[in-house]
Design a protein around this ligand. Structure first.
Ligand code: NAP
Length: 331
């Protein structure tokens, strides 16, 4: 995979810290804003990136690049992904995929027209531990309850309280606790149990944006609660409860680094977790292989999953009356 990176923020710097350990990835270029030239130059020097672009069209016209990784604020995912597909590039787009389901539907249709592969960068779906959890679910018996809590006090919330609105809390940039953190819980639950019958979001809203909130997902025979908070903290953990036992995950559903299965008969066992790889390693390793092999079947399966999550996100926000800037324009 011949990669062009779009953006130079926190998540890009995470990727750069280990990308050279994935043999399938040939990092060709990075795109930055002129105003951040110093930062871009420091990154290109540190990580030996071959080319630097400050204009998106120039990067998209580079034939050496076959795939772009869109790692920009949420509201730009749709526009940058669409433009890349129109240039016949494969795309890996950061989570949340888009601002709503209509945008995602359009991108998926376009990707098929262009015969391009399109993936959402969502760590948990690619972690070996996730598959291990899936394989052990039947040992829990009849599932009754799932509870996932990803609450992390954000330093950016201090700025928000003072009136400085950074992207993650910006209604015009598709921010909020649901899009930033609770989205991992939704991917986690939906990847294991599929599409829920009903969705409702009870959100704490300040300045029009959810700073924290609780989603209830109703399945025919069990219920799931997903909590995401950026305005308060709690020990981050999740449980899947059945009549024979439960699976307990310490830490966020984006990482899955500490997982136990606890049976009613008191047998307590750790579920095998990934090696010490970076949490994004498996996601990029696998996606680069799918792209190199033009694996459209796996791409379709992953898109089906992402679509359900985006549909739930869209319904959840509607139920809490959270309307993004781009959606106000569309009305
Ligand atoms: N941080 C994480 O741990 C994490 C984890 C998983 C996923 N993500 C996802 O990754 C995406 C980026 O998050 P981040 O934490 O890396 O954000 P970030 O640190 O704020 O970086 C955002 C990047 O986007 C660029 N940018 C901002 N506004 C732009 C505009 N109008 N036009 C073009 N470029 C613009 C910024 O450029 P400048 O450098 O010039 O300001 C910066 O390079 C988000 O969708 C987020 O949900 C983040």
């Amino acid at each position: 995979m011949k990669l062009g990176i779009i953006g130079s923020g926190m998540i890009v710097q995470d990727l750069l810290s280990f990308v050279d350990t994935i043999e399938e990835i040939n990092l060709i270029a990075i795109l930055g804003r002129k105003k951040s030239q110093e930062k871009i130059e420091a990154l290109t020097n540190k990580y030996q990136i071959k080319k630097t672009y400050y204009n998106y069209d120039d990067l998209l016209n580079d034939d050496e690049i076959d795939t772009v990784y869109v790692a920009l604020p949420n509201h730009l995912h749709y526009e940058y992904t669409k433009k890349a597909l129109l240039h016949n590039k494969h795309v890996i787009c950061e989570k949340p995929f888009t601002s709503n389901i209509d945008e995602l539907d359009e991108l998926i249709t376009l990707s098929k027209e262009r015969k391009c592969l399109l993936f959402e960068a969502i760590t948990n779906q690619y972690l070996p531990t996730y598959k291990n959890i899936k394989d052990r679910l039947s040992e829990l018996g009849k599932i009754s309850l799932i509870s996932c809590n990803y609450s992390q006090y954000s330093s950016r919330y201090n700025a928000f309280k003072k009136g400085e609105i950074l992207p993650v809390f910006d209604i015009n940039m598709s921010g909020g606790a649901l899009m930033d953190l609770n989205v991992y819980n939704l991917h986690f639950v939906i990847g294991l149990f599929g599409k829920p019958e009903n969705v409702e979001y009870f959100a704490n809203i300040e300045r029009g944006i959810d700073t924290s909130g609780i989603i209830i997902l109703e399945y025919p025979t069990f219920k799931a609660v997903c909590i995401g908070a950026k305005d308060c903290a709690a020990p981050i953990s999740s449980t899947i409860q059945g009549d024979l036992g439960c699976i307990k995950i310490e830490g966020p559903t984006s990482v899955l680094s500490d997982v136990k299965i606890i049976k009613n008969d008191k047998i307590n066992e750790s579920i095998e977790v990934n090696s010490n790889n970076h949490r994004m390693y498996d996601e990029f390793k696998n996606i680069s292989k799918y792209i190199d092999n033009r694996d459209f079947n796996t791409c379709d399966l992953m898109l089906e999953h992402s679509k359900i999550v985006m549909d739930v996100l869209t319904k959840a926000r509607k139920s809490a009356n959270i309307i993004f800037g781009c959606e106000k324009d569309a009305k």
